[in-house]
Design a protein around this ligand. Structure first.
Ligand code: SF4
Length: 283
């Protein structure tokens, strides 16, 4: 199937793409949004997620194996042909996300792309969204928790990231992704196997049991160098914090520049023992 990009660059919200009623919270402006109710970290699980059949899992594994030799563009094209418009992508505007956005602009710019805006992102990250929109015509949607940072901290007696970063990530990111995931069949992420031992076995195509979605990682077998070579070659917009020693960028309270010789993700939750926000872990 030949994929014809929509040159109008009109940004479609998930409800428009999926022919559903507008969902609360989509595309809202700061501060806070309406949407699913705020849940405590140890409270009831968000809406039940789909469980695939063994046959479906086998089929995904076959596709993943076959796509090991494919380029990221071929993987994205496969994902679009198979899942669009029920395909989405989450990006924190890391270098990998920016590269995938540059590819999506050529392949299918109507894929719904969103950013989990915790309220704690760097200003440079937020501004990158505008630079991406200018360059590619893709307006990444901000998806936010129900409570603004001010409300959240007031309710919890201060910043939760200082006392319980797992709960903060759950309530500011994971719950939001659960809400967004409803109505989609598959999501793409920019994770690479060489980012950390934890990600070393990430498949190109797999089942994300946490969110009940097919998960596609077009850059899983790319290296950091390949990503940056593409950024330089195509002059793809990227976060200027990378030029100031930040190799992996999340929320400002939980991110620091890395030192020479440190792991790429050493600046995330430094000194806490925490290594992932939970989006890319199986449980
Ligand atoms: Fe909270 Fe830090 Fe997680 Fe951001 S990265 S959601 S500030 S704990």
């Amino acid at each position: 199937m030949t994929i014809i990009p929509d040159t109008s660059r009109k940004i479609l919200q998930p409800a428009t793409l999926l022919g559903a009623s507008p969902s609360p919270g989509v595309g809202g402006d700061r501060p806070g949004i309406s949407g699913a109710g705020h849940r405590p970290v140890d409270g009831p699980k968000p809406a039940s997620v789909r469980v695939p059949s063994p046959e479906e899992l086998e089929e995904l594994a076959r596709h993943s194996q076959r796509l090991e030799a494919a380029t990221p563009e071929e993987i994205i094209t496969w994902a679009v042909e198979r899942y669009f418009p029920r395909l989405t992508m989450a990006t924190a505007f890391g270098p990998e996300g920016c590269v995938i956005l540059s590819m999506l602009a050529r392949i299918e710019p109507r894929v719904y792309v969103f950013n989990l805006d915790t309220g704690y992102q760097f200003q440079e990250t937020l501004e990158l969204r505008d630079r991406i929109a200018e360059r590619y015509g893709i307006v990444v949607d901000f998806q936010r928790p129900e409570l603004s940072v001010e409300e959240y901290e007031r309710l919890n007696g201060g910043p939760v990231y200082k006392t319980d970063p797992d709960r903060c990530c759950f309530q500011r990111k994971i719950e939001v992704l659960h809400r967004v995931a409803r109505g989609f069949d598959a999501w793409m992420s920019g994770i690479r196997r060489d980012q950390s031992p934890h990600r070393a076995n990430a498949p190109i195509v797999g089942w994300d049991k946490k969110f009940g979605l097919v998960k596609i990682s077009p850059l899983a077998n790319w290296t950091r160098k390949q990503v940056w070579d593409r950024i330089v070659y195509e002059n793809i917009p990227y976060n200027p914090l990378h030029d100031r020693g930040y190799t992996s960028i999340g929320c400002w309270p939980c991110t620091r520049p890395v030192l020479l010789g440190e792991d790429e993700r050493a600046g995330r939750w430094s000194g806490t023992g925490k290594i992932e926000c939970g989006l890319h872990t199986a449980d």
